[in-house]
Write a protein that binds this ligand. Sequence first.
Ligand code: GLN
Length: 190
Amino acid sequence: MKIGVLALQGAFIEHIGALTGLGCECAELRQAADLEGIDALVLPGGESTVQGKLLRQLGMLEPIKAMIKDGLPVLATCAGLILLAGKIEGGETPHLATLPVTVARNAFGRQLASFHIRGKLGEWTDVPMTFIRAPYITKAEPAVEVLATVRNHIVAVKYKNQLALAFHPELDEDIRLHRWLMQLAESRKA
Ligand code: GLN
């Protein structure tokens, strides 16, 4: 099982730590050629504007978009969720646009710039959620499954093989979401 972790900018090291702990081989993705042979993809947190710009400059945006449309399992966190979103509030140009949701960037406001809670996600309880200048989803198409809400805002969704989160599971000890990504990749391979 080889999982590609976008390594252009942001918090990718922590995802690699979580995945190698689960026995995955990880590939750090820095150019289009690195996408070869990956079974799943992680889009880490960071700065979505910078990541989107680099993806375009490096010719990685279109290949990644095609792979996701073809069913490649993805775990996207924070800035990664913004990269996936079909629409960004404020009229910013979307990036991969494979996930039919609208996101608002830095949406929890100044006072709540960063916070940590534990909450429900789908069937799971007590899931740690660390938010750092986090976006939230303001609108999701009916086909999108809402997995978690915080303060009445959507913060985790699943759509086909895309898992998208406004928070950072890689910064906490809970490995259930990374394991879920691996399971999606295993079922796709089988
Ligand atoms: N605020 C960042 C953005 O808009 C996302 C923050 C994060 O990934 N922790 O891209």
